[in-house]
Write a protein that binds this ligand. Structure first.
Ligand code: MRU
Length: 347
């Protein structure tokens, strides 16, 4: 299963990213040479989707430390931790960003007796490992999740969870991709995903490239499709999942989960282990990113509301675990009791 594009690639001495704010109209790859440019790309959603944010952040940390001329490990470590906090501040909800940065931090500490130039190379190597691992993990998620999908099923999905949002294949999208390659004759309902239209702009682009049949729907169409028997399964991604299974994902996910339960439709969350946050017990502890009102009052920079209209724009919501049928991970499907079974994944 080969893909013609990658959202992120390391090119000898810099990062190349497919600018997702320009899709689907323009396929523009931008060179990213500094940690500041990585922060900006994450903040502006040029790179987006929890696993992709983690990968970009890891390379970004290397771009930051390679400029340092610290004389000893202690001062290097102070700067490293400053850069980690800086990168974390770009987007707070996606667990993969802090996961990737902390993983590098621990690796650095384990190698603290080495020369600083060597430590810098170890940081780049770890970023590459995080990137490669995500590709393998997402393939496994697709293989595991596709077993849930029966022939001729209609799958509903939200936001964008494909190769654009990960190292390759995607999470929920990987499930769809693998079911399609198993010739299950599936069809996908794609939520447009207001306000930034990740479904309409990005998931449709990826589905078209993969040759998978789909229809784009407005977010508010999902309920009536479920109520009239036109949805067999809902599969979404996640930005952060707490120890009890509460799930932060793109705004609108909670409504889908409640509607799915009401209509007896299985509701699955597909994610790598790196998206779990076991330090947080429940969804109440998750910080929800609030973005600019202009993302709601404007479409492609054109206003759609009267001047001075204020808008509330949380980027994510929390789906309580009671609405979730199961989690599709690289280690298999996790069913309730979530608290117990999620913990087992890490034992
Ligand atoms: O704001 P975004 O576009 O970064 O939000 C992305 C999502 O909500 C995805 O569902 C999630 O990150 C999982 S991507 C594999």
């Amino acid at each position: 299963m080969k893909q013609a594009y990658e959202s992120i690639s390391w090119e000898e001495d810099h990062l190349s990213i497919l600018d997702q704010t320009q899709l689907p109209l323009r396929e523009i790859y931008s060179d990213v040479n500094t940690i500041g440019q990585v922060w900006d790309a994450i903040k502006k959603l040029k790179v987006r989707g929890a696993p992709a944010i983690g990968i970009a952040g890891a390379y970004g940390l290397y771009l930051g430390v390679r400029e340092l001329d610290s004389k000893n490990f202690t001062s290097f470590n102070v700067e490293l931790n400053r850069w980690i906090e800086y990168l974390k501040s770009s987007r707070p909800t996606a667990a993969n960003l802090s996961w990737a940065l902390e993983r590098i931090n621990q690796t650095v500490y384990a190698n603290k007796d080495k020369e600083l130039d060597e430590i810098k190379e170890i940081i780049l190597k770890t970023a590459k490992t995080i990137h490669d691992e995500d590709k393998r993990v997402c393939k496994k998620i697709g293989e595991n999740g596709s077993e849930l999908v029966k022939k001729q099923w209609n799958i509903l999905t939200h936001c964008n969870t494909g190769a654009l949002a990960t190292g390759a294949y995607g999470t929920a999208f990987s499930v769809i991709l693998h079911a399609h390659h198993q010739e299950k004759d599936i069809h996908v309902w794609v939520d447009e995903t207001r306000p930034l239209l990740q479904g309409a702009r990005l998931t449709t682009w990826e589905l078209q490239k993969a040759g998978i049949p789909f229809h784009l729907i407005t977010d508010s169409t999902a309920g009536s499709l479920m109520n009239t028997g036109k949805v067999d399964i809902v599969v979404v991604g996640a930005d952060r999942v707490t120890a009890n299974g509460d799930t932060a994902n793109k705004i609108g996910t909670y409504s889908l989960a409640v509607l799915a339960k009401e209509n007896d439709i299985p509701f699955y969350v597909a994610l790598p282990l790196s998206t779990f946050d076991l330090q947080s017990e429940t969804g109440e502890e998750i910080e929800i990113e609030e973005r600019q009102p202009e993302e709601v009052t404007h479409i492609s920079k054109s206003p759609i509301t009267p001047k001075k209209t204020d808008a509330y724009n949380p980027a994510f919501d929390i789906t309580p675990h009671k609405y979730i049928t199961g989690f599709i991970t690289e280690q298999g499907i996790v069913k309730p009791d979530f608290k117990k079974n999620i913990k087992k994944l890490f034992d």
